[in-house]
Ligand binder design. Structure first.
Ligand SMILES: NC(=O)c1ccc[n+]([C@@H]2O[C@H](COP(=O)([O-])OP(=O)(O)OC[C@H]3O[C@@H](n4cnc5c(N)ncnc54)[C@H](OP(=O)(O)O)[C@@H]3O)[C@@H](O)[C@H]2O)c1
Length: 317
């Protein structure tokens, strides 16, 4: 099914696949939206590998989810992953990618922090939210390709169309705005989701790439803004219009699990705060921009030193 109009799913999780025997990865699975995604996959039978910076804290989350939902101990595993550290990404991919992976959820993010850089000098939110996930996807691609019909779900934000992907200024602190840098990284997530799917289709395999978002959700993500005013305003917004992580996760889960979703749409929640539906809407123009997709891919390969699907770039007309 391919469509250019929105698709609203009333019961996407009623049409999920049985995930017994599946292996799944959720980055940032030890907090916020990622924990809900981890639990939903584990409940359906998948073994879920949580990529986490703070493994001790992640183990506490793991134990509480396993106990609360009476899941077998092996159903959730914690593996160290720091998305700003190339060696950590490589170790994670080497360990977890030893066997086929059916679901990769690129969920972890940092939001709206003061200007910082990764080891190569790239602005930290872009490095964490996009580059780390780019390198991880490259590292796990053989494991994804070796399972039938694997999915990569990149978690972006509904605000991505407001971003500017100024690839020539990724190390430039002048005029830095924490919020704008976050939105730039979320635009990169959306452009990546679309470009990855193009390249996967061109390569002719069965892996597909989906983009999704949680709307506004009440998670720790909104507590890091350097400006006290922004923290207060966003906190109020999260309390009044934000959803709890579980209902907010519906579009991400639909993208990961439902048999009714298509990769050409961007998936998120719509409707009531407690019981939303999943909706897929067409991507906004910058996410579909083929030249921008190719430029992001090339910049990401240069900045990470990780190259994949490079012979599979679709022709730009
Ligand atoms: N909450 C919202 O309203 C909202 C809206 C739009 C989009 N989103 C997106 O939804 C996704 C989940 O966000 P959330 O709200 O659940 O945020 P969250 O509660 O802050 O969780 C983010 C997770 O990312 C992990 N993380 C941060 N930096 C990392 C790094 N360098 N390496 C590995 N893991 C790292 C964090 O781990 P630590 O504990 O180690 O920091 C944490 O587990 C993100 O992609 C976010 O952009 C959220």
């Amino acid at each position: 099914m391919t469509t250019n109009v929105q698709t609203r799913l009333t019961g996407p999780l009623a049409t999920t696949r049985d995930l017994s025997g599946h292996r799944a990865v959720v980055t940032g699975g030890a907090g916020g939206i990622g924990t809900v995604t981890t639990r939903a996959l584990a409940e359906r039978g998948a073994t879920v590998y949580i990529g986490a910076r703070h493994t001790e804290r992640a183990e506490v989350v793991r134990h509480s989810v396993l106990a609360a939902h009476r899941l077998p101990r092996t159903r959730i595993q914690v593996v160290a992953l720091d998305l700003t550290d190339a060696d950590s990404i490589r170790r994670f991919a080497d360990e977890v990618g030893q066997a086929p992976i059916q679901t990769l959820v690129l969920n972890a993010a940092m939001s709206s922090v003061p200007f910082g850089r990764d080891a190569n000098g790239t602005e930290l939110q872009f490095a964490t939210n996009h580059l780390g996930h780019f390198a991880l996807t490259g590292g796990l691609l053989p494991a994804l390709e070796s399972s039938a019909g694997a999915r990569v779900v990149t978690v972006s934000s509904a605000l991505y169309p407001n971003g500017k992907l100024d690839l020539g200024r990724l190390d430039d602190p002048s005029g830095y705005s924490p919020g704008r840098a976050y939105i730039r990284s979320k635009l990169a997530n959306a452009v990546f989701a679309v470009e990855l799917d193009r390249r996967l289709v061109t390569a002719g395999g069965a892996v597909r790439s989906f983009g999704a978002h949680p709307g506004m959700a009440r998670t720790p993500l909104h507590t890091t803004y350097p400006s006290a005013v922004t923290r207060v305003v966003t906190g109020m917004l999260a309390r009044t219009i934000g959803r709890d992580p579980e209902p907010a996760d519906i579009g991400i889960l639909a993208a990961a699990l439902s048999t009714e979703v298509t990769p050409d749409l961007f998936w998120g929640p719509i409707g009531s705060r407690r019981n939303p539906h999943a909706i897929g809407v067409p991507y906004a123009r910058p996410a579909k921009d083929r030249a921008l997709g190719a430029a992001l891919w090339s910049a990401s390969e240069t900045l990470t030193g990780v190259s994949f699907l490079s012979g599979s770039e679709p022709a730009i007309r």
